[in-house]
Design a protein around this ligand. Structure first.
Ligand code: NIG
Ligand code: FE
Length: 405
């Protein structure tokens, strides 16, 4: 079944034009994919004859579907109390070292049933979908035992089955040290590498992540995690240089990491390694804002080095409880000084790259037909407004969301 989507202003994010702009554009989709994109008056005659349904987009702006490429969506409990503590003067690291922070979410996650985790995460996912998210990465990392990491990853998979969204999972057992391994960090790394093989055999892992940091894992331990991932043929990514420069980025690039994320303390050597290996820099303005970080990621140096920049919510209960990817577009511009076009590329084409998904992120023949229909005059408004959701419709795999099959 071939569908024509016409009367649209297209931000294809492909080609040499700013925004990949096509002023009077049209798209043709077949099944889940785009088969043609161009000027509305140039639809090829041989395709026109095969069109079985036509949609008038009424002059709306169309962008690729949004991709939230770094989230910790599955967890139990909340950390609003910790937010209060920080307002009373405690730092994020102090709270973490005192057994709060990530570990308090671990207790709440372990105490929750899979159904409870699913319901809580589903409620959060609905907010993201309502702003045009069509693909999302979801990490484990609040279970930190075989059973609880499995439960989180199973919930992530179930979200992908239940909702109209592509879910990619990342195994982040190397997020924090669980209490039962206190004083035995290297033993924990051995255990999580064994679990990785099991959970991969169960089809639950698409990529492997780690938190390389003073309050996380050392570069040597991170290396062991990456070696285990490599043996299984799994791609890696890293929470790198968020609170200090550990050189985790260079290590990740040795393993051809898909992305390094956070990067406030990234060094010139780290930037060079990313440029050489084609690693995506995923910037997380929500965590920067919520932690009241003052050290900016080196955006201009990343640009000059030609490193692709992605943007994500980093949704998690401790450092970035946002459920608005559109707000992150605005913050990427106001806080990190990205241009609105760079910000949009950061949640589409570059976010896709950070997940190893070559079939989405641009409006191009051959790509998946995931796109958003926006009530705006120009795509720069997506980054300009904050707290306004101009999403009119979403097309996911060639199908209008909510439309009966
Ligand atoms: O991406 N940096 C480590 N992980 C999360 C925070 C986790 C938490 O505090 O619960 C992040 O910021
Ligand atoms: Fe994170």
């Amino acid at each position: 079944m071939m569908k024509l989507w016409t009367n649209a202003h297209l931000a294809t994010l492909a080609g040499a034009q700013p925004w990949g702009w096509i002023e009077q554009g049209a798209l043709i989709t077949q099944g889940a994919h785009i088969v043609w994109v161009g000027e509305a008056d140039q639809v090829p005659a041989e395709l026109r004859g095969q069109i079985t349904a036509s949609y008038d987009l009424a002059g709306a702006v169309i962008t690729p579907g949004l991709i939230d490429c770094h989230t910790h969506l599955v967890y139990g409990g909340l950390r609003a109390k910790e937010f209060e503590q920080r307002l009373q003067g405690a730092s994020y690291e102090e709270i973490a070292r005192a057994g709060g922070g990530i570990r308090s979410t671990v207790s709440a996650t372990r105490a929750a049933s899979e159904d409870e985790l699913f319901e809580a995460a589903a409620g959060r996912l609905r907010h993201l979908l309502a702003e045009g998210v069509t693909s999302i990465e979801i990490k484990s990392g609040y279970g930190l035992s075989l059973a609880a990491e499995r439960a989180s990853l199973r919930v992530a998979r179930r979200l992908g089955e239940h909702f109209d969204v592509t879910v990619r999972t990342s195994y982040l057992a190397a997020h924090a040290l669980p209490p039962e391994f206190a004083g035995r960090q290297d033993d924990y790394v051995s255990a999580l590498c064994d679990w990785m093989a099991q959970l991969h055999a169960e089809g639950l892992i698409d990529a492997v992540d780690a938190f390389c940091e003073g309050i996380g894992f050392t570069p040597a331990q991170t290396r062991r995690v990456f070696e285990a991932a490599h043996r299984l043929g799994l791609p890696v990514k890293l929470h790198a240089e968020q609170l200090s420069d550990q050189g985790g980025t260079q290590l990740a690039c040795e393993f051809a990491a898909l992305s390094c994320d956070h990067l406030e303390y990234l060094s010139p050597a780290g930037i060079a390694a990313m440029a050489a290996s084609g690693c995506v820099a995923t910037l997380l303005p929500g965590a920067y804002y919520f932690l009241r970080e003052t050290k900016l990621p080196p955006v201009q140096a990343l640009r000059e080095a030609g490193v692709s920049i992605a943007i994500s919510t980093d949704h998690n209960p401790g450092t970035s409880p946002t459920l608005s990817l559109l707000l992150m577009l605005n913050m990427a511009c106001t806080l990190f000084r990205l241009t609105p076009e760079e910000a949009l590329r950061g949640v589409t084409v570059n976010a896709a790259k950070s997940l190893g998904l070559a079939d989405r992120g641009q409006l191009l023949a051959g790509q998946r037909a995931d796109f958003c229909v926006w009530d705006v005059q120009h795509p720069n408004e997506l980054a300009y407004f904050f707290g306004r959701n101009p999403l009119r419709q979403v097309v996911q795999g060639g199908q209008l969301r909510g439309e009966a099959f």
